[in-house]
Design a protein around this ligand. Structure first.
Ligand code: GLU
Length: 271
């Protein structure tokens, strides 16, 4: 028994040492290995999705990762993550940074650190056209969203009588709407606009003007990884100042895109 306890203590010690190592200096590590490994979405236009021609993952989130890697003079490796897997992947050291439509909030900030806000949106719904005028119309209904998202939590609070069905990702939730299995899909407006923009039968659906939350996006990094967080924040502020951040916004959300949205934010230092 004593031996077992010693063994367990040793395992725990090694485990905590590995953890401490991970919380170390990602900035130095990335420079040393010459590659920045980013956890990104791969089925959410225009944030992260596979380009039909090049078969590469492209999008708003990807352009920010590429700009940071360029500044570091390293290559980029993109690893697809889901809403539920992104924090564990980061904390286990499988990725260096999360750039995956991720909302900053105090609960998540207990486990990881966030950059300054680099995108701002709010949670809405996609519904069948003409069916939903107010939140009341969704009471007692089935609503689809993604596991591990703020969308899942917000909708449960906003419409407590609804049944929330959580899928691995939003395209799956939208499929359920198309098949009549849910009455709505809920998540950030910017994501819903991307889904609708690509939908073949988009005239059948709409995004009613019903917003239930504000969703500021941040790039996720390991807790207390101070040098890396400072570098990423500095880069974001420089991108705002030089106009590069706005250029990326216009590329994916400008008037000529499938997802025209207004830029209602500027990248500024968090207070
Ligand atoms: N921005 C929200 C979140 O971080 C919803 C989008 C997503 O699931 O990535 O949870």
């Amino acid at each position: 028994m004593k031996k077992l306890m010693t063994l367990l203590a040793a395992v725990a010690l090694v485990g905590s040492m590995a953890h401490a190592a991970l919380a170390g200096d990602t900035l130095a590590d990335v420079k040393k290995k010459g590659v920045l490994v980013a956890g990104v979405k791969d089925s959410l236009p225009p944030f992260g999705y596979i380009d039909e021609k090049t078969r590469e993952i492209v999008g708003y989130d990807i352009d920010f990762v590429k700009a940071i890697a360029k500044k570091l003079n390293v290559k980029v490796e993109l690893k697809p993550v889901t809403s539920a897997s992104r924090m564990p992947q980061l904390m286990e050291g499988n990725i260096d940074i999360i750039a995956a439509t991720m909302t900053k909030n105090p609960e998540r900030a207990k486990q990881i650190d966030f950059s300054h806000t680099y995108f701002l949106t709010g949670q809405k719904f996609i519904t069948n056209k003409g069916k939903v005028k107010s939140l009341k119309d969704l009471e007692g209904k089935k609503i689809g969203t993604a596991k591990g998202s703020t969308s899942e939590q917000n909708v449960a609070k906003a419409i407590p009588t609804a049944t929330v069905l959580s899928f691995d990702d939003y395209p799956q939730a939208f499929l359920a709407l198309q098949q009549g299995k849910v009455a709505a899909v809920t998540t950030d407006e910017s994501i819903l606009a991307g889904i609708l923009g690509k939908a073949p039968n988009k005239n059948k659906f709409e995004i009613p003007n019903l917003q239930i939350s504000e969703e500021p996006y941040g790039l996720g990094m390991r807790k207390d990884d101070k040098n890396f967080v400072a570098f990423v924040n500095k880069t974001l502020l420089e991108m705002e100042k030089s106009g590069e951040a706005k250029k990326i916004f216009d590329k994916w959300f400008g008037p000529k895109t499938a997802t025209p949205l207004k830029r209602t934010f500027k990248i500024t230092a968090d207070k």
